[in-house]
Write a protein that binds this ligand. Structure first.
Ligand code: ADP
Ligand code: ASP
Ligand code: MG
Length: 410
């Protein structure tokens, strides 16, 4: 008898019919004797709607109040799903994040899970009741509601699976698994049977929103087997597990894109030591993550410094660095948000040269200008103009022969 955590995303609980469908699925999975804990997201579009409401009453909503508001979306779906199950004669009970002991830090709107004390989950399971847990939310040390960042229900599910030592965490979504590229951008994208935690972590952090990055980090740390699959059919899905010898060591496994980026350029920065450290400490103090950094070759004692941050934090980053920039006599600070980061990911890159050259050639052949580049052991990312996103993803998917699993040598 296995213990399975199932997570249903926004589209899967997007309306009453779909909630009924989830109820049927949950019952079916319990029929072979497995015990199930369910985690659900808000109905699709609901979190966006709540964000818009907040912005309609305040240009800069207070993060604590934002979390109070955003956490309501998931309360609706847990209650409805529990009701739907009970209407079918199946004992089920809804829980908020707080009720199942999800303790986070104080970072409102992007809190991290610090600990889980799942006493009520154990009690419900022992009673034979199916727990239905609100994803995306927790409680801070001073008892305020927190949320875990967009897509955070994935992290709730994996963290609960780790805390309960579940056998498996199934992530049900609106696609059949993890693909070689977003199937909504590349129709010929191929579903992967298996992918290592490490590659999935890169893909998630580079924009493949099918799993929230932190959920993959949790799964990797606690060795939780995760499977991504469709809530609309019974196709097998994609397993995310430890890298093993049978796993194909593809040169490139996937192409990703991330439009939620902004580039900040400091124009006319004095070319001397200590400048970068002043700028980036000011930004770090605001808990804003900086991604790619590019410093131009200086001329006449001046240089330009560019870096990328998440788009929603660009304005705060600009404000954070303003005093240091003014003091150092920086000529101008320019924020550009019509950019995208496209990346190729693959563990096979560790042992092959030439991937970067092929990537740059493919983009150049389509007339796509590369504005910034960054590499790591298993990925290469390029910042390009946002209008070329779909073209770039399709071009790279083709260039690395991902549609039909052709091996492309570099
Ligand atoms: P949910 O609401 O179920 O959490 P999300 O919208 O967060 O669903 O994630 C699923 C979406 O992720 C898909 O509809 C797809 O467009 C997108 N996606 C991006 N990259 C990939 C990929 N490589 N494989 C599968 N889906 C991807
Ligand atoms: N409802 C939240 C969001 O839209 C969390 C989630 O769906 O995972 O980001
Ligand atoms: Mg999601």
């Amino acid at each position: 008898m296995a213990l399975i955590v199932q997570k249903y995303g926004g589209t899967s609980v997007g309306d009453v019919a779909r909630i009924q469908n989830v109820a049927d699925r949950v019952i079916r999975s319990g029929q072979n004797g497995d015990r199930v804990v369910v985690v659900v997201s808000a109905m699709s579009g609901e979190t966006d709607r709540l964000i818009q409401l907040a912005q309609a009453v305040s240009p800069n909503p207070d993060p604590r109040e934002m979390d109070m508001l955003l956490s309501t979306g998931e309360r609706v779906t847990v209650a409805l799903l529990a009701m739907a199950l009970r209407a079918r004669g199946v004992p089920a009970r809804s829980f908020t994040g707080r009720q199942v002991g999800i303790l986070t830090d104080m970072a409102h709107t992007k809190a991290r899970i610090a600990d889980i004390t799942p006493a009520r989950l154990h009690a419900a399971l022992a009673e034979g009741v199916i727990p239905i847990v609100a994803g995306f939310q927790g409680i801070s040390p001073n008892s305020d509601v927190t949320t875990l960042g967009r897509g955070g229900s994935d992290t709730t599910a994996v963290a609960i699976a780790a805390a309960l030592k579940a056998d498996l965490c199934d992530i049900y979504t609106d696609v059949e698994g993890v693909y070689t590229a977003d199937p909504n951008i590349v129709p010929s994208a191929r579903k992967l049977t298996k992918i290592s935690y490490e590659e999935m972590l890169e893909m998630a952090s580079l924009g493949a929103r099918v799993l929230q990055t932190r959920s993959v980090a949790f799964a990797m740390r606690y060795r939780v087997p995760v499977r991504v699959r469709s809530s609309f059919n019974d196709a097998e899905g994609t397993w995310i597990t430890q890298e093993d010898v049978q796993m194909e060591q593809e040169l490139v496994s996937a192409v990703t894109s991330d439009k939620n980026q902004a580039k900040i350029t400091l124009v006319g920065v004095p070319d001397r030591h200590g400048i970068a450290s002043r700028i980036f400490s000011a930004i770090a103090q605001e808990n804003i993550l900086v991604d790619l950094i590019l410093q131009n070759v200086g001329q006449g004692g001046l240089t330009d410094l560019s870096f990328t941050v998440a788009r929603f934090e660009a304005q705060r980053a600009r404000e954070a660095l303003a005093p240091a920039a003014a003091e150092m006599g920086v000529r101008e600070v320019v924020v550009t948000d019509d950019i995208t980061k496209v990346s190729v990911v693959g563990v096979g890159m560790r042992s092959h040269a030439g991937v970067a050259a092929r990537m740059f050639e493919a983009l150049a052949a389509e007339g796509i200008n590369i504005r910034m580049i960054s590499t790591s052991e298993i990925k290469i990312s390029c910042v390009i103009d946002a209008r070329y996103t779909e073209l770039a993803v399709r071009t790279l998917h083709d260039a690395f022969g991902l549609a039909n699993n052709k091996t492309v040598s570099c």
